[in-house]
Design a protein. Structure first.
Ligand code: C2O
Ligand code: CU
Ligand code: CU
Length: 421
């Protein structure tokens, strides 16, 4: 975890080797290290400078996924840093407590650079987050869990080009926080897990092997209004969720694990008897809602997602750096309607993401979203055939990307630009 010193956070993209497999050096990328990155902890209303530096031998950008930041600091494909270059990104934190992340976004190389290890987390705290009694001791009862799948070759190296799949590169090896076969030791208490699906393309469904429910407390960009009981939760690439697992009620002699929908163990827990906090989490966490006015707004932007592989498109076109697809006024709320048009094969789910904003899901196929999607979002899973309405407001000006967060789809042009004036 790093925090601003005199308002400054140094973040350097680097290349090196990391020991993922015992005794083997795997070539990788990372921020402030050779693989993945730190957690940057910042506070609402704080003025911060991210001092970014590119120590890679190729151009990169620093994109803050989920952060409401002026377009020129957003780190999209326009803000390329050549090797050796340093740049300051100044902004004031203007959104509530949340778990965001950051990753590169250079045109044509986003997917490969993320695959090699460029990804980190941003925690935003605010006054509310300190009052609602959540587990918040990092590494004790508050853990980040970054899920990424990778394919290693016989030499235990990541050769992205060799395994690239135009519909999303997947791998047979799960890494959590960059670690192979991790275990998590927890106390007999309520534990907060901050889940990020940082994969290029794979979706994850999480549940507990003993059938216990857990409580979801946050979406991508903030707390739900109340802790929401869940049996399982699915995250598409780019999405986050915070959940509370209550280990105080679990038997420490049985094996508890986080599993996927096929019952495969993703993360085993080891429950330790240790002095643990027993505080009760507040029942009211936030004050989020879609207003009547927002429900009645007309659709002013329509987006049709279509295609597969290299033929993916939004409204029939592919990304062009020199084309602005939409404009929107700063501070105005508009309804974006996202339609995932099926193809002859049925089609696939596209995780739709907008930069520089947290939006509200107004409806999914005309119906209210489920309780656990009633919170701030920046990435939403749009299944084939679905139509999702979003209330979108930008608090800053500039050019922002919107795209499918299957990184190979993004790379293949399933991306557009909105200019906020
Ligand atoms: Cu995770 Cu264009 O972003
Ligand atoms: Cu983003
Ligand atoms: Cu897609």
């Amino acid at each position: 975890i790093i925090e601003p010193k005199n308002g400054i956070v140094d973040i350097t993209a680097q290349q090196g080797t990391t020991e993922i497999f015992k005794g083997t050096k795997t070539e990788s990328y990372g921020y402030n290290g050779s693989f993945l990155g730190p957690i940057i902890r910042i506070h609402k209303d704080q003025t911060v400078t991210f001092r970014t530096k590119n120590d890679l031998s190729e151009p990169t950008t620093f994109h803050w996924h989920g952060l409401e930041i002026p377009g020129n600091g957003d780190g999209g494909p326009h803000q390329v840093l050549e090797p050796g270059v340093t740049e300051d990104v100044n902004f004031t934190v203007n959104q509530g407590a949340s778990t965001l992340w950051f990753h590169p976004h250079p045109e044509g190389a986003t997917a490969e650079q993320v695959y090699k290890g460029l990804a980190g987390l941003i925690y935003i705290d605010d006054e509310n987050s300190q009052k609602i009694n959540l587990p918040n001791e990092y590494g004790v009862n508050d853990f980040p869990l970054v899920f990424q799948d990778r394919q290693f070759n016989e030499e235990k190296q990541l050769n992205y080009q060799a395994v690239l799949n135009e519909d999303g590169t997947i791998g047979d090896t799960l890494l959590i926080n960059g670690t192979l076969n991790p275990k998590l030791t927890v106390g007999k208490e309520k534990v907060r897990l901050r889940l990020l699906n940082g994969s290029n393309a794979r979706n994850y469904t999480f549940k507990l092997n003993n059938g216990a429910t857990f409580q979801q407390i946050a979406t991508d960009g903030g707390f739900l209004n109340q802790p929401t009981d869940m049996n399982e939760i699915t995250l598409t690439p780019g999405e986050r969720a915070e959940v509370i697992v209550d280990f105080s009620k679990m038997d420490d002699k049985t094996d508890i694990a986080l599993i996927n929908e096929e019952g495969i163990t993703l993360l085993p827990f080891k429950i330790e008897q240790k002095a643990a906090s027993t505080s009760n989490i507040a029942q009211k966490l936030n004050d989020f809602g879609v207003t009547e006015e927002e429900k009645n707004l007309p659709v002013t932007k329509k987006l049709e997602l279509f295609g597969m592989g290299t033929m993916v498109s939004i409204n029939g076109s592919q990304f062009d750096m020199n084309r602005i697809d939409f404009t929107q006024k700063q501070g105005d709320t508009e309804i974006w309607e996202i339609y995932n048009k099926p193809d002859m094969m049925g089609g696939m789910t596209h995780p739709f993401h907008i930069h520089g904003t947290q939006f509200k899901i107004v409806s999914i196929d005309g119906k209210e979203p489920p309780l656990n999607l009633k919170g701030w979002k920046d990435t939403v899973s749009v299944e084939a055939g679905q139509t999702i309405k979003l209330a979108v407001k930008f608090n800053n000006k500039g050019i922002y990307m919107f795209h499918c967060h299957v990184l190979e789809h993004e790379e293949n042009g399933m991306m557009g630009q909105v200019e906020v004036k």
